[in-house]
Design a protein around this ligand. Structure first.
Ligand SMILES: [Zn+2]
Length: 195
């Protein structure tokens, strides 16, 4: 089930206030004690917004993700499908759609597809991302959020770019959108290979 766990978390969870989040961001660091220095903190960005609240660039990004959502593949279970888009520093947008499999462990999430596609054309210079999802009935009420695997995958791009990367996560009708960032989605990443 592509992204289903994240969906359930959003339904049952609550979004921390900007103040709570800001306090948390100050204590950001590696669990092994090595400080992680990433420039470009994105403050006060975890909020529910609507499509009309987005900037022109953000609208373009989420619209690109929505278009590629039509190519997502998941005939199984929840039939949750996700479209993702990543903007590279040239301004171009690279897209990815989720692809499920009879063996769910090999499902490909849209986020990783888009980021790997960008890498494949020689671009790891990601400056922003957007994702949007649907369910079997074509509707996801709450914003789709990256799964834990994708958050770890995305975190690699923080190290590559040495700056935080914004991401907007939308429900299917684009009337509930969360604006957050890679760093915010995974403040304490696994860093095994970096030791
Ligand atoms: Zn994922």
């Amino acid at each position: 089930m592509v992204e289903r766990s994240a969906y359930i978390r959003m339904v049952g969870g609550s979004i921390p206030s900007a103040r709570t989040r800001k306090e948390k961001s100050k204590s950001f660091g590696s669990p092994r004690g090595r400080p992680v220095e990433i420039k470009g903190d994105i403050e006060n960005n975890l909020m529910n917004i609507k499509y009309l609240d987005l900037s022109k660039d953000e609208k373009e990004l989420i619209d690109a993700a929505e278009r590629v959502l039509a190519n997502a593949y998941n005939p199984y279970g929840s039939q949750t499908k996700v479209g993702a888009s990543a903007r590279i520093s040239s301004g171009e947008i690279v897209i990815g759609s989720s692809m499920a499999n009879a063996s769910s462990t090999v499902n490909l999430c849209a986020e990783r597809v888009a980021l790997a596609a960008a890498n494949s054309i020689g671009h790891r210079d990601i400056i922003a991302m957007a994702i949007i999802g649907t369910d079997s009935d074509g509707v996801i009420e709450n914003p789709i959020m990256p799964c834990g695997v994708c958050r770890q995958f995305m975190e690699e791009f923080l190290i590559i770019n040495n700056k935080d990367i914004p991401i907007i996560c939308s429900n299917s009708s684009k009337d509930i959108i969360i604006r957050t960032s890679f760093k915010e989605l995974l403040p304490l990443p696994y860093e095994g290979n970096r030791q």
